[in-house]
Design a protein around this ligand. Structure first.
Ligand code: GTP
Ligand code: MG
Length: 219
């Protein structure tokens, strides 16, 4: 899989601003500061395509990045994906309140992204799961902090969307081998699926993440 181009497309504040050109969207959802923007930069191999900050709450709108690729698990050929950097939910380790905050912004995005439907293999016409542009959701959780209420609540909400999704455990470089195994097991138990460990800092897991993105994009 070869990255050909990566570019910022738009900050979508309104439904009209969300591109619907047949290129699949993969949305990144996660708490503020979990590392969504950093991961986009790591995938794009670009230091500052997405703005990152040590202070939580940097990303306030749905920011869309278009990545063009060559080859992948689906074989040779060109394909593209929009990575959608959504505002993080909750500045604090809150529960219900922070999820409400996420919902306000993200639901508007998801409703729009799912609005213009196209046929996708295996998708039922008119069902929520065959959203035209929204191909999948990556739920980012901090590998250091399994079991946060906000993450568990968000997982339920993501599940309710009926869109394909996966859990990605960020900042794995910060853990010792023991902590890593313990926390990944704990996350799997809590969220019902094995998380993919990644690090924007060391590059660990990025190849697997690309494979996941290609799978969600149906490439
Ligand atoms: P919001 O936009 O506020 O929702 O945050 P975000 O999820 O986009 O997080 P961002 O990418 O801005 O990263 C937050 C902080 O975590 C920054 O200081 C990053 O440098 C740091 N960070 C992100 N990813 C990693 C990682 O893989 N390893 C390490 N060690 N630090 C990371
Ligand atoms: Mg961000």
């Amino acid at each position: 899989m070869k990255l050909i181009a990566a570019r910022f497309v738009t900050s979508a504040a309104t439904a009209e601003a969300i591109p619907r050109d047949g290129v699949p969207h993969v949305a990144l959802v996660g708490r503020s500061n979990v590392g969504k923007s950093s991961l986009i930069n790591a995938l794009a191999r670009h230091r500052a395509l997405a703005r990152t900050s040590a202070a939580a709450g940097k990303t306030r709108l749905a920011n869309l990045y278009r990545l063009d690729l060559d080859g992948g698990p689906g074989g040779p050929g060109r394909w593209s994906v929009y990575l959608v950097d959504l505002p993080g939910y909750g500045y604090a380790r809150g529960g219900a309140e922070s999820v409400t905050e996420l919902r306000k912004i993200a639901e508007a995005y998801f409703e729009t992204a799912g609005a213009g439907r196209v046929s996708r293999p295996g998708a039922e016409a008119g069902s929520k799961t065959c959203a035209a542009t929204l191909a999948g959701v990556m739920h980012l959780v901090d590998s250091r902090h399994p079991g946060l209420d906000a993450d568990l609540d968000a997982a339920k909400w993501i599940e309710s969307l009926g869109t394909e999704h996966a859990v990605v455990a960020t900042k794995i470089d910060k853990l010792s081998r023991n902590e890593r195994n313990k926390n990944l097991k704990e996350l799997e138990r809590q969220l019902g699926m094995a998380p993919l460990p990644v690090s924007a800092a060391s590059g660990e897991g990025l190849d697997d993440l690309w494979t996941l993105i290609a799978r969600l994009s149906r490439y």
